[in-house]
Unconditional design. Sequence first.
Length: 223
Amino acid sequence: MKIDKSMTEIAADARLIGERIKQARKSRGLSQVDLARRIGVSQPAIANWESGIHDPRRLTLAKLAETLDAPLDWLAAGDRSAAESDKHAAAAYIRRPVRHVPVISLRSATLLAKDLNADPHRMAEDYIPVTLGPSDLFAVFINDPAVNLAILPDTLVVIDYADCTPGDGEFCLANVRQTPMIRRWRANPARLEPVSSETGHPDILVTPDTRIIGCVRVSIRIH
């Protein structure tokens, strides 16, 4: 299969398999939810591959290549994690780079919607170590009954504030009328959707004043 121009351009910036999957997906205009549905996996599985937490296996790579109209040999040629060549069960985890992510308040997070140069490290109340690929991360505690079916009370949620374009069905942190909140993004029409066991939490239509602060990457329960 011939690599077309778009894939050649992508290859220059995509060294890892996860990076190639993400770039190819975006070049096809697909969200993580779209891609997950097409190949029969969960959206978190796509997020894990793209973040470098796990590598897809060969059969899954073949499905990805077909769905993304990308050459299989191009996808497979990306650098894999050490787990593929190390038999130790813990090797993949141990060798991932640890990032110390600042834990900030929800109110502080609104500053990131107003000031692109705001630094969450200057707002840090604590830090938590994570092994995720993105570097522009912060974490906030969420205790919101409007999303209690997806995010349990007092859960620490890690936000990628470099990604402000959630796909349909992905969770994001938004600033709505100066109030920060996590909701599920829905398209057509663009709206923020609650995921709650309670009634009385309406959809919020996205207006020009709505600001997406970042996309949810992982949630962590602390006991």
